[in-house]
Design a protein around this ligand. Structure first.
Ligand SMILES: Nc1ncnc2c1ncn2[C@@H]1O[C@H](COP(=O)(O)OP(=O)(O)O)[C@@H](O)[C@H]1O
Ligand SMILES: [Mg+2]
Length: 384
């Protein structure tokens, strides 16, 4: 066979097709039809295909099933060896090869064309498969870059917050020592500065703890199991009992909040943050009234059954224009002097519902209380 090449080209602008076909007449025809648009390499034997595509992967392999070439075996081999970046595989069948079609697809072929060859169709199929492969590779590269960035970001939050603990611990320990042992040598101003150092260090500790909690949502995530939300909210309320008493708050938890497939600890964190906020941002002129109840209007078809829950309070509320912003990390609307906090709680809530494939939204207007609506899928998709 003439023009047999054993090396795939590098860097030529044309897409590369490896033609593995035992019939020389057909091969020549193909070659003359395709060579203007593609760089064609051919071999008569299928045994050569894996060797040839070893170093430079062709964009597409055209495989016949005759003579020396069992293209179906090669397809199966390609699947094993290349996984995502394998070349597209187009099978070339004779007129009586119908029974091979299923086998070829099962082995991983992308498409087939049969003799007598419809040349225009061949051209379109090749083009389509090459474009499709290119898009798949771009998508898979993009996904791995994204996964890498996500990993780095996760590590970053964890490492930074973890490493900040130690110097902060020292600052707090020395400030405490000064307070205990050297207080007498400080003048009034010095004592005030010291107090402010301690207060700022305490606040920083809160931020670091919050960030660690935030990054642990993914690093220490638990398996999804069936979680009864009524018992979760019940536990949260009993944890907050002292604060509820101090604030003289009333709490109403409706029955039938539902059972969802979820990370139980994270469900607890979610409601703990929302109910704490409802207690914290209470109105000055009336005791807090906090309600947790399900919404039962028709579900979103196509997303599976959803569980929708409202956490509602009669507190100070906030301007409606902030209802998305408050879910961002460190976002706070109310002053530190009046309400202490870190602005991490709602970011944690958002990350939790995201991880469960759900949503969280806030509705409020200043002075009119606030309402948080959580939507969670009842069942999780497999493989999550
Ligand atoms: N129930 C609520 N009523 C009024 N404002 C709220 C409520 N929940 C949250 N907010 C506002 O959203 C901000 C972010 O909340 P969060 O992330 O929990 O942070 P933190 O409570 O630490 O300030 C709060 O600082 C507050 O301004
Ligand atoms: Mg909060």
């Amino acid at each position: 066979m003439h023009n047999h090449q054993s090396q795939l080209p590098t860097g030529s602008g044309k897409a590369v097709i490896l033609l593995a076909c035992g019939e020389s007449a057909l091969c020549r025809q193909m070659q003359s039809f395709l060579h203007q648009d593609y760089h064609i390499i051919y071999t008569e034997s299928c045994a050569d295909v894996m060797r040839l595509s070893g170093s430079h992967v062709p964009d597409l392999i055209l495989l016949s099933v005759h003579h020396d070439c069992d293209g179906i075996d090669v397809c199966a081999e390609l699947q094993k060896s290349f996984f995502q970046k394998r070349p597209a595989a187009l099978m070339l069948f004779g007129p009586d090869d119908d029974e091979l079609i299923d086998l070829a697809f099962a082995a991983g072929a992308d498409d087939y064309i049969r003799e007598p060859i419809h040349w225009k169709l061949l051209h379109y199929r090749i083009n389509f498969l090459i474009q499709k492969r290119k898009a798949e590779i771009e998508l898979s590269d993009f996904t791995s870059r994204l996964e890498q960035t996500n990993r780095e970001l996760k590590d970053f939050t964890y490492v930074v917050s973890h490493d900040l603990q130690e110097p902060l611990h020292l600052i707090r320990a020395f400030a405490e020592r000064i307070t205990k042992k050297s207080r007498s040598v400080l003048d009034e101003q010095g004592a005030i500065y010291l107090q402010r150092i301690e207060k700022a260090a305490g606040r920083m500790q809160g931020l670091i703890d919050g960030l660690l909690q935030y990054s642990r949502l993914t690093t220490q995530a638990q398996e999804f199991v069936l979680v009864d939300l009524n018992s979760v909210v019940g536990e949260v309320i009993s944890d907050l009992e002292v604060r509820i008493d101090i604030k003289k708050a009333r709490v109403r938890i409706a029955d039938g909040l539902g059972t969802v497939e979820a990370d139980p600890l994270q469900m607890r964190q979610l409601f703990q943050n929302l109910v704490s906020n409802a207690l914290k941002y209470s109105a000055h002129d009336q005791p807090p009234f906090i309600e947790v109840f399900p919404l039962t209007f028709p579900q979103n078809i196509g997303r599976g059954t959803l569980c929708q829950i409202v956490v509602k309070d009669n507190g100070i509320g906030f301007d409606a224009c902030f209802q998305e912003q408050i879910f961002g990390l460190f976002q706070r609307l109310h002053g530190r002097d009046e309400y202490n906090g870190t602005g991490i709680g709602l970011a944690i809530c958002k990350k939790i519902v995201d991880r469960h494939g759900g949503t969280i939204a806030a509705h409020s207007s200043s002075g009119k209380g606030a309402e948080f609506i959580i939507v969670l899928p009842v069942r999780q998709k497999k493989g999550k």
